[in-house]
Design a binder for this molecule. Structure first.
Ligand code: NAD
Length: 375
């Protein structure tokens, strides 16, 4: 079979970013050796590391590399060292510039509870068991970008205002993305809005319904965001894909994070439009930040970063088999009782960041050997 070649750009960033990304690189080398893929790996600067080296969190050199790469693996940005830097030049701005530059309008955040980590969930095990939700959040519109916005008035009569605004095209684009994604899975979407109060959300619901006409094989339901927040705690297993606008998605995805236990387990992907072959370029990164409190100690959990690689395989390349292989290796290691300190439980073995990565590589070897024996 012909090799498929993709160029990957690593932006390790700050704090634990380089530590967790080092483990992703090991898994990519394993995929190069054991699958039909050839992934080239390049490096660039972002965030605080880029401010230190070049005076800006998203230097031109990084921008150029990001434009030509097929996928970007970002570690994390930020930390107390840059807390006094002006907002427009903070490490976090590097990430926002990158997403904007590449027009990444779809943010995907899965929340699933591994069986052996049920006890780590904020919910009782009986509620957490079987949770497997994908939140698809519109990332470039809505309240965070709407104009006009600002602060006016004098002391005593000050006013702060923002605008929640969506046009049809923005809604149609993310809705289509969600319907196409659902066709690769369970074909169930719950669109979350606030159409009982907000005109922008009346339009949201209308356009989502219009898009749904082209996908009669996909079950679509609607839910108001306040009810959705309650339902995610009361009965999270009812959801498959949640499609929602920018701010509601921001809040609901953090709520879903609490269902899964540690923030060190949660991956994410931000994607742009698919090309004719179905490929979508994107930024893949753990949900967590740079965790300055544990940086350079070799104790961070690299699982979220490694699961971000499985999101690249599944959502950019459409390769569900290899994506599952990576998830299975993580599952295998957790089930064998190996844990980083953030998810440590009685009776388990605590390992370093590097050792967790090594264990996942060993699990990949073992699963591959089992598959070869079975065929
Ligand atoms: P954080 O996610 O960095 O850390 C929160 C807590 O979770 C800390 O106790 C940390 O030790 C722990 N933690 C996080 N990731 C972990 C992992 N992989 N393994 C084990 N424990 C882990 O959030 P914070 O402390 O609020 O932010 C720190 C810095 O990161 C800030 O500068 C913030 O702006 C930045 N940040 C960046 C991103 C990003 O790069 N996408 C996201 C969130 C926060």
């Amino acid at each position: 079979m012909e090799k498929q070649t993709y160029s990957l750009l690593f932006l390790d960033g700050d704090g634990i970013g380089p530590e967790v990304n080092a483990e992703v690189k090991k898994v990519i080398s394993w995929l190069n050796d054991n699958t039909t893929y050839t992934f080239s790996m390049d490096e660039g600067l972002v965030g605080g590391a880029a401010i230190d080296a070049e005076g800006t969190p998203y230097p031109n050199s990084t921008q150029k590399k990001a434009k030509v790469a097929d996928a970007i693996f970002l570690g994390a940005v930020g930390g107390p060292k840059w807390a006094d830097v002006d907002f427009s030049n903070r490490p976090e701005q590097g990430l926002l510039n990158l997403r904007q530059d590449l027009n990444l309008f779809a943010n995907l955040r899965p929340a699933f509870v591994f069986d052996c980590l049920q006890e780590a969930s904020a919910l009782k095990a009986a509620y957490a068991s079987g949770v497997d939700v994908l939140i698809i959040r519109e990332l470039t519109g809505g309240l965070y970008f709407g104009e006009p916005r600002g602060l006016t008035g004098k002391e005593g009569a000050r006013e702060g205002f923002n605008t929640l605004r969506y046009n049809e095209e923005e809604i149609r684009r993310i809705a289509k993305f969600a319907f196409e994604t659902s066709r690769k899975g369970n074909r169930r979407i719950c669109s979350v809005d606030k159409a009982n109060v907000l005109e922008s959300m009346v339009l949201w619901r209308k356009v989502v319904n219009e898009v749904a006409e082209d996908y009669p094989d996909v079950e679509l339901t609607h839910m108001y965001v306040d009810n959705a927040a309650m339902q995610m705690v009361m009965e999270p297993t009812q959801f498959d894909i949640i499609l929602t606008e920018n701010m509601f998605g921001d809040i609901l995805s953090d709520l879903s994070a609490s269902l899964t236990g540690s923030i060190g387990m949660l991956p994410s992907a931000s994607l742009g439009l698919r090309d004719k072959s179905g490929f979508a370029k994107g930024v893949f990164e753990p949900v967590h930040g740079s965790a300055p409190d544990i940086a350079n100690k070799n104790i961070a959990n690299p699982t979220a970063a490694i699961l971000s690689l499985s999101m690249f395989l599944k959502h950019s390349l459409g390769d569900i088999t290899t994506a599952r292989l990576v998830v299975s290796a993580v599952q295998f290691v957790l089930a064998s009782g190996v844990r980083t300190s953030d998810i440590m439980e009685e009776g388990c073995v605590e390992v370093s960041t590097t050792e967790m990565g090594n264990q996942i590589l060993q699990a990949l070897d073992q699963i591959l050997a089992m598959q070869k024996n079975a065929s």
